[in-house]
Design a protein around this ligand. Structure first.
Ligand SMILES: Cc1cc2nc3c(=O)[nH]c(=O)nc-3n(C[C@H](O)[C@H](O)[C@H](O)COP(=O)(O)O)c2cc1C
Length: 308
């Protein structure tokens, strides 16, 4: 868990500062910044056994070598660097990718950089070659990384028209609120729709979450594909159980279960916050003893077991 040595800000602050940046200052990042990101990326370990590769791509080198552009269908402007997230196919692969990649995204945020998860609006084909994707691997997502353009706000709002037409892939933020680059903050679901006690339908009041109020709030603020926020968390005696409420359309359009990435992101936010607060525990995947749900459409992912 490398964040303590690297992050200069509290993780809750970093999570609050992150938001999707789609317009970048078109300049190269200094070598030392890239080196910091690469060094950090080598140390991240996820909760499952999946093998994740994070490959840094320089736009001009990519264009020179392949004669192609890193295509984002016009969603991303100005970015000179991208990071590709690759994972070996297997059990909990997408969750592992979500966890590991989000940790790097948070580190980039802590360095003042902008990022934007892209799981739908990028051209996979030319990238697959550039990262030497193996048959045993998949390339579910990439992110641009760089300094947000000063005109980010206006450009991002321009993009919003396109985004609202592309609702299947990404839902447009709405509602006021500050962020580092001054974009409008996307809405999040309220607590009673996300966090429960013992079973679905019994919302967990914020003031009854005890020490875990902050880790849960950081789950609530997490990014998710099309901002669907599919995470559901149920508290039992000694565990927080994490589930996915799938949106069939979101997953079907892309041909892979992109929302399992969202769950990995949620686990990352929860664990980093819990660890920073000194709340010990670990991830387990239960096969028995899960809460009776009352809603079978949820998919179980993992549980955070409190250490005694
Ligand atoms: C797994 C994943 C895939 C995403 N794919 C895209 C995408 O293809 N294009 C895009 O513009 N935004 C994409 N997003 C960004 C979401 O739309 C964004 O996180 C969400 O609307 C919340 O906004 P925020 O990140 O500013 O908090 C993706 C986010 C996640 C987590």
């Amino acid at each position: 868990m490398p964040q303590a040595r690297y992050f200069e800000l509290p993780i809750t602050e970093v999570i609050k500062r992150r938001s999707s940046t789609r317009s970048y200052n078109p300049v190269q990042l200094p070598d030392e910044v890239l080196e910091k990101l690469k060094a950090y990326s080598r140390e991240i370990r996820g909760p499952f056994s999946g093998r994740v590769r994070l490959v840094f791509l320089d736009v001009s080198a990519f264009e020179e070598q392949t004669g192609k552009k890193i295509g984002t269908y016009g969603f991303i402007r100005g970015a000179q660097h991208f990071i590709a997230g690759i994972v070996a196919k297997g059990e909990k692969d997408l969750e592992e990718l979500g966890y590991v990649f989000e940790q790097l995204i948070l580190y980039a945020t802590s360095l003042g950089l902008g990022t934007c998860w892209l799981g739908g609006t990028f051209r996979r084909k030319s990238l697959q070659e550039a990262v030497a994707l193996k048959k045993t691997e998949m390339l579910p997502a990439i992110t641009p990384v760089g300094y947000a353009a000063r005109k980010e706000k206006m450009l991002d709002m321009g993009i919003s028209g396109i985004l609202s037409r592309e609702k299947r892939l990404t839902k447009r933020p709405s509602g006021p609120g500050p962020s580092i680059v001054g974009q409008r903050k996307p809405k999040r679901k309220p607590w009673p729709e996300l966090f429960f006690y013992q079973r679905l339908g019994y919302p967990l009041p914020k003031n009854e979450a005890g020490d875990f109020q902050a880790p849960l709030e950081m789950v609530r603020l997490a990014p998710s594909a099309s901002n669907r926020q599919p995470w559901r968390v149920i508290k039992s005696e000694d565990c927080w159980h994490f589930y996915l409420e799938p949106s069939l359309l979101t997953n079907k359009v892309l041909g892979f279960e992109i929302q399992r990435i969202d769950l990995g992101i949620a686990l990352c936010h929860f664990e980093l916050t819990a660890r920073e607060l000194g709340l010990p525990g670990n991830w387990i995947v239960l096969t028995t003893g899960l809460p009776s749900l009352g809603a079978e459409k949820l998919q179980y992912v993992a549980s955070w077991r409190l250490s005694p």
